[in-house]
Design a protein around this ligand. Structure first.
Ligand code: ADP
Length: 340
C-alpha cells in the first residue's frame, strides 16, 4: 500500500504533529493547524505552544524516553483541555509524534454526572428527613395523640410516595438510556395508545376541573415503538398539561401525520412558560417553580424522560409556549412506512 504520511495524518480525527529531533515541526495535519494557528513546518513546535508540561514530555521523548502522556489546559480565549500523547517515531534519527485528544466533552459529561448525583441525593434527602422527623415526633411528644398520629401518618405517606415516584423515574430514565442504541421494532398504533392514556387520566382531569378533547384520524397511526415507553411519554405530557395548565380548563390532544412524521401534540391553555425556561425544561430536575412542582407531585424528571424516549425512537420533543397563552408539547416520531 502506498499512502503518503500526510494523507494518513489528514485522515485521523484528532490533531497530529510530527516533530524532528531538534523540536521542529516536520508535518502536521489540518486539524493541528486549526488548533494551533501559528504552527508552521520548519519552525520549533514551542513557537506554537508554550506549555511546559507538553514541551518537557516532548524533550524527554526526543531524548529516548518511552511514550509520555500529559494534559494541556487553557482558560483563554476559551476554556478547553486536551490529553496530549507524545510517542517516539521509529527511525534512524529521533522524531516524535504528538497527538491531542479533546477532553472537554468527557469533562462536561463528568460534571453532569456529579451534578446529577448531587441533585438526586438532595431530592431524596428532603422527604426522607421529613419522614424521620415525624417518626421522632410520633415516638416522643405525639406518642398518645391520636389526632396528630393520623395527620402525621398522612404526611409521611405523601413523602414516601414522593420518594417512590422519584426512584421510579430514575430507574425509567436509566433503563431508557441503556437501550438508547437499540431502536424499538414493534409496530404500535398511537391512536389506540392515546385513547387508553386519556381514559386513564380522566379522573385526574375531572379532579382539576379540566376537560380533555382529542382529535384523531379514522385510521391508525403506526410507529415502531416500545409500548411502555411511549405510554409513559404521552402520559407525562398529558398529565403535565392537566397539572400545570389546569387554569385553562381544557387540554387538546391532536394526532396527525405529516410526511414521514407521526405527531402527538398536547396543548393546554394555562399560564404558559417564559422563553428563558424553554431550552432547559428537559434537563433533569429542572423546574420553573420547584415548590409548585413538588406540590403537584412532580419529580422534575418527567420531560427529561420524554426527551430520552423520543430519542430512543429516533424522534424528538418540541416545546412551544408564550406566557399567558398556554403551552404545546409535540412528540414527533418517525412513521412506520410499512404499516402506516
Ligand atoms: P415535574 O415532575 O416537575 O412535572 P417535568 O420534567 O415533567 O417535571 O416538567 C418540568 C417543569 O416544566 C415543571 O416543573 C413545570 O415547571 C414545567 N412544565 C411542564 N409542563 C408544563 C405545562 N404544560 N405548562 C407549564 N409549565 C409546564
Amino acid at each position: 500500500m502506498d499512502i503518503s504520511a500526510a494523507a494518513l495524518l489528514d485522515a485521523a480525527p484528532d490533531p497530529l504533529i510530527v516533530v524532528d529531533r531538534r523540536g521542529h515541526v516536520t508535518k502536521a495535519n489540518q486539524r493541528a493547524h486549526a488548533l494551533f494557528p501559528t504552527l508552521q513546518n520548519g519552525l520549533p513546535f514551542s513557537f506554537a505552544l508554550r506549555n511546559p508540561d507538553v514541551l518537557d514530555a516532548l524533550a524527554d521523548v526526543l531524548n529516548g524516553a518511552a511514550p509520555r502522556e500529559t494534559t494541556w489546559e487553557e482558560r483563554r480565549p476559551i476554556e478547553r483541555a486536551f490529553a496530549v500523547y507524545v510517542a517516539p517515531l521509529g527511525g534512524q534519527t529521533a522524531a516524535a509524534l504528538l497527538h491531542f485528544s479533546d477532553l472537554s466533552e468527557a469533562r462536561r459529561i463528568e460534571a453532569m454526572r456529579v451534578d446529577f448525583i448531587a441533585n438526586a441525593s438532595h431530592e431524596l434527602r428532603t422527604p426522607l428527613a421529613s419522614v424521620l422527623g415525624f417518626i421522632e415526633t410520633l415516638q416522643g411528644p405525639a406518642k398518645d395523640d391520636a389526632v396528630a398520629r393520623a395527620r402525621f401518618l398522612g404526611i409521611m405517606q405523601g413523602q414516601a410516595q414522593r420518594m417512590a415516584r422519584l426512584i421510579d423515574d430514575l430507574l425509567s430514565l436509566s433503563r431508557v438510556e441503556l437501550r438508547e442504541h437499540q431502536t424499538p421494532s414493534d409496530p404500535l398504533d398511537l391512536v389506540a395508545l392515546t385513547q387508553q392514556i386519556t381514559d386513564g387520566l380522566k379522573p385526574l382531569a375531572t379532579e382539576r376541573g379540566v376537560t380533555i378533547a382529542v382529535e384523531w384520524p379514522q385510521t391508525p397511526i403506526v410507529v415502531r415503538g416500545d409500548r411502555d415507553e411511549l405510554l409513559r411519554a404521552i402520559e407525562n405530557l398529558v398529565e403535565n398539561a392537566i397539572k400545570y395548565g389546569a387554569s385553562g380548563g381544557r387540554v387538546q390532544i391532536a394526532l396527525t401525520e405529516s410526511g414521514t412524521d407521526a405527531i402527538v401534540a398536547v396543548k393546554d391553555f394555562g399560564p404558559g412558560i417564559a422563553p428563558e425556561h424553554l431550552p432547559r425544561l428537559t434537563e433533569r430536575f429542572y423546574r420553573v417553580d420547584i415548590a409548585d412542582s413538588r406540590d403537584k407531585g412532580g419529580t422534575g424528571l418527567g420531560l427529561a424522560l420524554v426527551k430520552h424516549i423520543a430519542a430512543h425512537h429516533r424522534g424528538r420533543l418540541q416545546i412551544e409556549s408564550q406566557l399567558g397563552e398556554g403551552a404545546t408539547f409535540r412528540l414527533v416520531l418517525p412513521r412506520d412506512a410499512q404499516n402506516g
